[in-house]
Design a protein around this ligand. Structure first.
Ligand SMILES: [Zn+2]
Length: 222
């Protein structure tokens, strides 16, 4: 399938699952405001669509990288389903079933501290890793996962994600390459001080994003 058709399909999946919400007032992880939101959890609702998306994503990763991947790591929770499906897709591109590609996940505690279970630490040590997520936002979370994996003796070959919000600095992951299926630009984003939605008094969405925290900081009850 051509890249255009793959991207069209990926966008249709987002629409069909109602993973993109428009015409509201959101506070994103970056602290910026905007009227549209990408609901990561909705992407996991359709495992069959996920299978196709992950196949397309794997097609975007060069063979030279693909052939060297020993372990795929995904951040819990939403990244687990994508990373697991990417392993199956990678396997379909191999001529031999051996050596196996393993899958592990990274957990995060309430303070944002990341960790791998002892069993998984042994699996990634000295291995070449593909780090997979559903969506790349600011990239900071993935970056701290890369640092953790490196500390545990893994070498991160590449980062791959279904959807790229492209909110991160262009060279944030250098020299690690980033592959994504599609880039989803969610219209304009604004700093809270210059947000036209705030000015108009549009209620902040507290169901998605950081709306609740934002209102709490401003001393408003939610
Ligand atoms: Zn606002």
């Amino acid at each position: 399938m051509t890249t255009d058709r793959m991207e069209k399909y990926a966008k249709e999946v987002l629409e069909n699952l109602k993973a993109v919400i428009y015409n509201s007032h959101f506070v994103y992880t970056s602290g910026k405001h905007g009227s549209a939101y990408l609901d990561k959890t909705a992407i996991c609702l359709d495992p069959v669509a996920m299978k196709f998306l992950c196949h397309f994503l794997v097609q975007k990763i060069p063979d030279t990288v693909k052939m060297n991947i020993q372990v795929v790591v995904g951040p819990a929770l939403a990244g687990i389903a994508v990373a697991n499906t990417v392993v199956l897709a990678l396997n379909d591109f191999r001529l031999d079933a051996e050596p196996k590609i393993y899958f592990t996940w990274v957990e995060e505690d309430k303070k944002g501290e990341k960790s791998l279970r002892p069993t998984f630490q042994k699996v990634v040590k000295g291995k070449q890793v593909l780090l997979v997520d559903d969506v790349i936002n600011t990239g900071h979370s993935l970056l701290s996962t890369i640092r953790l994996l490196e500390k545990l003796g893994a070498r991160v070959l590449a980062v791959a994600a279904l959807y790229n919000r492209a909110e991160y600095e262009p060279h944030l992951f250098d020299p690690i390459p980033v592959y994504s299926l599609i880039t989803v630009k969610l219209q304009e984003t604004y700093s809270p001080e210059e947000c036209p939605l705030c000015r108009k008094g549009v209620p902040i969405n507290t169901e998605f994003g950081r709306g609740k925290e934002f209102l709490r900081q401003k001393g408003k009850s939610v």
